[in-house]
Design a protein around this ligand. Structure first.
Ligand SMILES: Cc1cc2nc3c(=O)[nH]c(=O)nc-3n(C[C@H](O)[C@H](O)[C@H](O)COP(=O)(O)OP(=O)(O)OC[C@H]3O[C@@H](n4cnc5c(N)ncnc54)[C@H](O)[C@@H]3O)c2cc1C
Length: 388
């Protein structure tokens, strides 16, 4: 009978949690992932795909605890400045690492490299059992935990079951936890773009009429584009040939923005925001996209998750009864304020910048201007955004 926490989903959240639990004293951990993961190779799964992730300074500090910061940074680009702007308006805010007294505001890593680093660390730890490809086919409540059945018929006993299997989590459903899903009718188009000159560690967040667009630095003279908008617009952007696509993009970027020379393969992601109605029940917890899926506007989804995971691992990692409801409920309660602030901001920002009434236009312009003019406000905003 195993006493190991069992994590369902070996994406960013599940893999990071397995490592954090071990770091904080868990003797053994079982990680179940439905996609095949070839040892030593960069993964290709729904989590570790063609996207890139902006990791905040706070996330890098958590990865440093695991001894993984250097490996991540080996193939990442540091963010030294973030420029926030609105098309057709004056207001422009600028956050800098120097102002925050940080070596960098964060770093951008391609998901496949990030997955490679996390999964290599998972594979190197003999106390983490990685089952992939494998899926759960059901769970049954026991007096002291859960019995989980794998698709090969094997039954695993666990004192703590963790649902990290994404926004449409079946594990969460089996636990009887419902979730609210809000389809905002927008998609995110992602692609890597080539530059005419180095990006010098600059990231750009630009609010357009259709929705926000982000350009994030990548190693070399490349940036990761995340362009969000209504599905019909995204259909059109996907259908454009490369030259027409770059022209449409340049037209929206305006002066002072990087000069783009080429675009790589484009992919799209439907933006369905979701939230689990509970994250802690007896002998089980819900984390990552299964707990909350945010608008990618400020690149906060995984950064928020990593803070959830670090606290969870710290609370339950070394505990002989990690599934105790009091322990899990206290963890969920202690994470509520951060989750609710970041959740509100990522819902509110794209809405605010979509409203076209002059009063709103004026106040948001003032907001951006004051952010640029008032170092204290900027510092406070920057520290929250960096997860500090
Ligand atoms: C366009 C875009 C850009 C983003 N950019 C950023 C950013 O810059 N910064 C940031 O912090 N966040 C960003 N995010 C958010 C980030 O991608 C998510 O926070 C992250 O993917 C959550 O990881 P996860 O492991 O919870 O879920 P997922 O990535 O959905 O992974 C779930 C995993 O579970 C596995 N799985 C599913 N079902 C089962 C099953 N039954 N059994 C076993 N395994 C199963 C899947 O194969 C997958 O590996 C972005 C999101 C989008 C859409």
């Amino acid at each position: 009978m195993s006493a190991a926490p069992l994590i369902v989903g070996g994406g960013m959240a599940g893999a990071a949690l397995a490592l954090l639990l071990r770091h904080h004293g868990a003797g053994e951990v079982v990680l179940v992932e439905s996609h095949a993961l070839a040892a030593g190779e960069a993964p290709d799964t729904p989590s570790f795909d063609a996207r890139s992730t902006a990791l905040s300074a706070g996330s890098l500090a958590i990865l440093e605890q695991l001894g993984l910061q250097n490996a991540v940074l080996e193939n990442a680009a540091g963010i030294d400045t973030v420029h926030v702007s609105r098309r057709g308006r004056l207001g422009l805010a600028r956050l800098t690492a120097a102002e925050q007294n940080l070596p960098r505001l964060g770093a951008v890593v391609e998901n496949r490299w990030f997955g490679h680093v996390l999964l290599r660390a998972v594979e190197a730890d003999p106390a983490i059992t990685l089952r992939a490809p494998a899926s759960l086919t059901g769970i049954r409540r026991a007096t002291d935990g859960y019995e989980a059945t794998l698709d090969d018929g094997e039954e695993l006993h666990t004192p703590l079951l963790i649902a990290a299997d994404g926004a449409r989590s079946r594990t969460r459903d089996w636990l009887g936890i419902s979730a609210r899903h809000r389809d905002i009718g927008h998609d995110a188009l992602i692609a890597n773009v080539g530059l005419a000159e180095p990006h010098r560690g600059q990231a750009f967040e630009r609010f357009l009429d259709e929705g926000p667009l982000a350009l994030l630095p990548l190693p070399g003279e490349r940036m990761a584009l995340v362009w969000t908008g209504p599905r019909d617009d995204v259909d059109r952007w996907m259908d454009l040939d490369d030259n027409a696509f770059l022209a449409a993009l340049r037209e929206r970027l305006g002066r002072g923005m990087p000069r783009l020379t080429r675009v790589g393969e484009r992919a799209r992601y439907p933006l369905v925001l979701s939230e689990a109605c509970a994250q802690a029940v007896p002998f089980a917890a819900v984390v990552g996209n299964a707990a909350h899926t945010l608008h990618p506007v400020a690149g906060q989804g995984f950064n928020l998750t990593l803070r959830d995971l670090e606290l969870l691992a710290r609370r339950v990692g070394g505990d002989a009864q990690p599934g105790r409801l009091a322990l899990l409920e206290q963890w969920a309660a202690d994470r509520r304020a951060d989750q609710s602030q970041i959740g509100h901001a990522s819902r509110w920002l794209p809405e605010l910048f979509r409203v076209r009434q002059p009063l709103f236009a004026h106040s948001r312009q003032l907001g951006l201007l004051s952010l640029d003019l008032l170092p204290a406000a900027r510092k406070g905003f920057g520290r929250r955004a960096m997860g500090l």
